[in-house]
Design a protein around this ligand. Structure first.
Ligand SMILES: C[S@@+](CC[C@H](N)C(=O)[O-])C[C@H]1O[C@@H](n2cnc3c(N)ncnc32)[C@H](O)[C@@H]1O
Length: 465
């Protein structure tokens, strides 16, 4: 694909760019202690000390392995329904239950493999091995020792234990990790005369310990294996260069809220399906695309490419890993990719380095031929050919980039551009600065609360007439 350089008189990176022309879409071819779970019942919640002490006298239940495999898809707050919808679309998944910061489900190993392969919005998938009440560190140790870890790791394997939360006798989550590590090692030594080594960087099996308060404020512990490791936002396509990039999973949640690519036209209509090269997608326009995360996630959705197809997962080094099953499921996922007419992904940014990163990301995601990138100011943007489609972007909002006072003008300009030039489109602006969001000057037709790490943000929807 032909590449042309942007025609700005000064480098967009250095100093104020000359706003001497509008971006032209064909300029450049694109080549925890986290809380999770409900009020007082979330794995990872710090147990409320008063409530815990009152409950400690209760006789402890025997912990131990769950009768049927149960899994937890962890995610940012408020996107649980999106994750639940993704899970319900997977054939082997059963018993989907929405929690807070997590969605639990059941099913055979295929359900676990498929969840890792197909979930776009979840951050990781855990296989739960035990969930039990405990009164102190020794009980935690005993319960952990009672779990059949040898089903998942051999004495020759390497492991790491991560822990979150505090509880009775445990005022440092590292201590919980240490006791669980000792329990696993002691169980192996007693049974096999050898124990797995610890490798905190790249373990074959990563054990997850969550200490939390149960429904009656009892201290509970959930022990699980991290089947994703590393987390699911590691898609493997993104290149550095853009500033303040969105996590891929947050970008996917934003795209899920837009409904893209099914945004009004009938994707199964004969005309669309018969178009040369495949159905035409509505244009997806990011006016300040940075490293191109929204474009990549939108492109993968449109082409029905599973987000986990080009990476490895933690479960692949578990003892019970079934490579033939994985091969079948990943082949099936590859077969779901559909041809789509190009181009439909349009990205602009003032920063040339960010655009170079966007180009590399699109290329790595296999989306290069569907993209058009250009260097320019979002206030000068024109809609691309075709459409209408959607505009989706997250302009700087002062937390890490830019200065709020200067950004007021940018947000006003964005509102003006959308109103004057993007009639027929629906725009989605994600910002963690609500005051700046109001500067857009348009009435949002919908708002969604989304979290960018620990920053509460809003995804604002504007219908443009
Ligand atoms: C928060 S970042 C976007 C990150 C992007 N979503 C990603 O995932 O990489 C905001 C972007 O806006 C760009 N930007 C700032 N002012 C701009 C303007 N006036 N016109 C176009 N882009 C602008 C910055 O260069 C930066 O890449």
């Amino acid at each position: 694909m032909k590449k042309m350089t942007a025609h700005f008189t000064r480098s967009p990176e250095g100093g104020k760019p000359a706003r001497d022309r509008r971006p032209a879409w064909d300029e450049r071819a694109a080549g925890g202690a986290q809380k999770a779970g409900g009020k007082g019942v979330r794995p990872g919640d710090r147990p409320r000390a008063g409530a815990l002490v009152a409950d400690h006298q209760k006789p402890r239940e025997k912990p131990l392995a769950l009768s049927a495999p149960r899994y937890l898809a962890l995610c940012a707050y408020n996107i649980e329904p999106l994750v639940a919808a993704e899970l319900r679309a997977l054939p082997e998944v059963t018993g989907v239950e929405v929690g807070s910061g997590q969605v639990s489900f059941a099913g055979p190993p295929a359900a676990l493999y498929r969840a890792n392969l197909h979930l776009r919005c979840a951050s990781r998938v855990l296989q739960l091995l035990g969930d039990f009440a405990y009164a102190g560190a020794d009980e935690l140790y005993e319960a952990a020792r009672g779990i059949a870890w040898e089903e998942f790791l051999s004495p020759e394997a390497t492991m790491a234990v991560s822990a979150r939360g505090l509880g009775p006798g445990i005022d440092n989550s590292m201590y919980a990790a240490l006791r669980v590590k000792d329990a696993v090692c002691d169980r192996f030594r007693a049974r096999f005369g050898a124990r797995p080594d610890v490798d905190v960087q790249q373990p074959m099996v990563r054990i997850n310990v969550q200490l939390y308060s149960g429904p009656t404020a009892e201290a509970r512990c959930a022990l699980s294996l991290d089947s994703s490791d590393p987390p699911l936002h590691h898609r493997g396509y993104r290149h550095s260069g853009g500033e303040a990039p969105l996590k891929e999973t947050l970008a996917a949640a934003i795209l899920a809220h837009t409904g893209y690519p099914d945004i009004g036209s009938d994707p199964a209509s004969p005309t669309a399906a018969d178009a040369p090269g495949g159905p035409e997608m509505p244009p997806l326009v990011d006016l300040c695309c940075g490293s191109g995360t929204l474009l990549c996630e939108g492109g993968l959705r449109a082409l029905r490419v599973a987000p986990g197809l080009s990476r490895r997962f933690g479960f692949m080094t578990w003892r019970d890993f079934d490579p033939a099953l994985w091969q079948r499921l990943s082949d099936e996922a590859r077969g779901q990719r559909r041809p789509v007419a190009e181009p439909f992904l349009y990205g602009a940014d003032l920063n040339g380095r960010a655009l170079a990163a966007a180009e590399r990301s699109l290329e790595a995601a296999g989306l290069m031929t569907y993209g058009r990138l250009c260097c320019g100011d979002l206030r000068d943007a024109e809609p691309p050919p075709g459409g209408p489609g959607i505009v989706v972007c997250n302009p700087p909002y002062g937390e890490r980039l830019g200065d709020e006072a200067q950004l007021v003008e940018l947000y006003r300009g964005l509102g003006d551009t959308l109103k004057r030039r993007f009639a027929g489109y629906t725009a989605y602006v994600f910002t963690a600065n609500l005051a700046l969001g109001r500067q857009i000057g348009l009435r949002p037709s919908a708002r969604h609360v989304l979290y960018n790490a620990n920053l509460e943000g809003r995804l604002l929807q504007f219908k443009l007439y």
